[in-house]
Design a protein around this ligand. Structure first.
Ligand SMILES: [Zn+2]
Length: 168
């Protein structure tokens, strides 16, 4: 296991120390502890390669579902651009009933041009996802990296449309 060293930069968030990571964040509920993160959950946006599913559209869709902001902690565009939408210490809204014990990462895509589940990750997305997950694993060494569909008792049959074992 890689030794954790602080400060650690995870996408946009610089984590100076474990204590600072767990300081309260407004306005959402906060994770109980770093150890409470049991899963790093990978999602797809379930959009086609010819759909430009921007952060703005994702935000609008999640607000329409009643979320305060985007439910994932991280979103990765087809360009490989990573954006962060929740602090790491904040409980996400992406994999009920696992939100209190997980970090959510979503990539743009997951459907082919006919709307069928497919691994549509671009090379830049693959690289960005692999790098992000590697850093999250350093921060949460006890957490398992899983696809949304791998979580017992959750609805999606396909998400994230690839075998996350390839990330490890
Ligand atoms: Zn999902």
């Amino acid at each position: 296991m890689v030794t954790e060293t602080y400060p650690m930069l995870i996408a946009d968030e610089e984590v100076a120390s474990e204590r600072l990571l767990l300081r309260n964040v407004e306005p959402g509920p906060c994770l109980d502890s770093l150890e409470s993160v049991r899963f790093i959950v990978i999602h797809c946006s379930a959009t086609r390669p010819d759909t430009d599913y921007t952060v703005e559209r994702l935000l609008r869709d999640h607000r329409a579902r009643g979320f305060r902001t985007i439910g994932y902690h991280f979103y990765i565009r087809r360009s490989g651009e990573v954006s962060q939408h929740r602090r790491l210490s904040e409980v996400g809204a992406h994999a009920r009933p696992y939100n209190r014990c997980s970090i959510g990462v979503c990539y743009e895509g997951g459907l082919d041009l006919q709307g069928r589940p497919a691994d549509t990750r671009t090379p830049l997305q693959r690289e960005a996802l692999r790098r992000l997950v590697a850093r999250l694993r350093r921060l949460f060494p006890q957490a398992r990296v899983v696809g949304h569909r791998d979580l017992p008792g959750t609805l999606p049959k396909a998400c994230p449309c690839f075998d996350v074992a390839c990330l490890l």
